[in-house]
Design a protein around this ligand. Structure first.
Ligand code: TYM
Length: 334
């Protein structure tokens, strides 16, 4: 089993990234007593540039993402933590796989449709080609498990299709078919302002999300203002139908404590939002600010962060090289 996953460095790493992804990486990695050879987590800077980025902010966001991985508990002795662009095989295999990927598959991707919108012809080629690069991220290490939030499932499924097509054409079983792993209760955390919209780094309203760097007062304020509805909280899951904000806040409350919705519904059911929000704030304040403080400490020690990323890239490169060589031989490029 080989695990790989990544996050785009676009600042504002948020609760969705934590509950949907990073926290699960940590538990998977610990559960299988991972090694840097079979557990790889990258900061996907080449994905970030599919939309315009300010260079100085991007540089800082890469370090913030790396600090978040470490602060959430990924141990560099057991995992390769690295920056995508530091391992050139990602871009090389991305191009190669892009040549094998029909445009029709890429046009179907929900995220492309959302991000490109009606202005398709003005979006960069990278925005369309992005899932081929993501396939390269995964297949370069012959990863078998890809822990992600629900929104990335479609891209991992496309990776399976790309790998299957490559195997079929060039060498049966060269690439394993990776599994998307969605873990825990919060695979899709929604905006605090609108329970029908995903919590996202790019939402213009900072009130819509809880960032890992938010302090206790900011968390309390955002939860106080979070959208609710007029009814009391339900005691069972059926009572959450058509109540997206209630579902979202309860899911966050459960997930942040490592519980399921079914565990917390009897505890809060029948109560009003005001009382529940106090409990939710307490649970979040217990959990998030210690991570944010650890991130700040790490960000103050850039030399250490750089050293972790250099070692991670060297480990990753040692795995990537033979895969790329194998691909090139099969295709007649070597
Ligand atoms: P990105 O940077 O948008 O998100 C990083 C991870 O966080 C998860 N996530 C969420 N989970 C629950 N609720 C949310 N509101 C929420 N928002 C984000 C995402 O599902 C993801 O797991 N293309 C990817 C990054 C990537 C990647 C890869 C992932 C590049 N190469 C290879 C896995 C394997 C992305 O843009 O994720």
């Amino acid at each position: 089993m080989t695990i790989l996953s990544g996050i785009q460095p676009t600042s504002n790493i948020h609760l969705g990234n934590y509950l949907g992804a990073i926290r699960n990486w940590v538990s998977l990695s610990r559960a299988q007593n991972a090694t840097p050879q079979n557990s790889l987590f990258c900061v996907v800077d080449l994905h970030a540039i599919t939309v315009a980025q300010d260079p100085a902010k991007l540089r800082q966001a890469v370090l913030e993402a790396a600090a978040a991985y470490l602060a959430c508990g990924l141990d560099p002795a057991h995992n390769s933590i690295f920056v995508q662009s530091h391992v050139s095989g990602h871009a090389e295999l991305g191009w190669i796989l892009g040549c094998q990927t029909p445009l029709g598959w890429l046009y179907r991707m929900t995220q492309f449709k959302d991000k490109a919108g009606k202005d398709r012809d003005n979006s960069g080629l990278g925005l369309l080609a992005y899932p081929a690069l993501m396939a390269a991220d995964i297949l370069l290490y012959k990863a078998t498990q890809v822990p992600v939030g629900e929104d990335q499932k479609q891209h991992v499924e496309l990776t399976r299709d790309i790998a299957g097509a490559f195997n079929h054409q060039f060498g049966e079983n060269f690439f394993p078919l990776p599994e998307p792993l969605m873990m825990g209760e919060a695979t899709r955390v929604m905006s605090l302002r609108d329970g029908t919209k995903k919590m996202s780094k790019s939402d213009a309203s900072d009130q819509s999300r809880l960032n890992l760097l938010d302090d206790a007062d900011t968390i309390a304020d955002k939860i106080k203002r979070a959208k609710t509805d007029p009814d009391a909280l339900p005691s069972d899951a059926a009572g959450l139908a058509n109540r997206p904000e209630a579902r979202n806040l309860l899911t966050i409350y459960a997930a942040v404590q490592g519980k399921s919705l079914a565990d917390v519904l009897p505890e809060v059911g029948g109560g009003q939002f005001s009382g529940f929000k106090a409990k939710l704030t307490a649970a979040l304040v217990d959990h998030l600010p210690p991570i944010g403080q650890r991130m700040q400490q790490l960000l103050a020690d850039k030399a250490y962060l750089q050293q972790v990323l250099t070692t991670g890239a060297a480990n990753a490169n040692a795995i990537a090289k033979p895969t790329l060589q194998g691909v090139m031989e099969l295709m007649g490029l070597r």
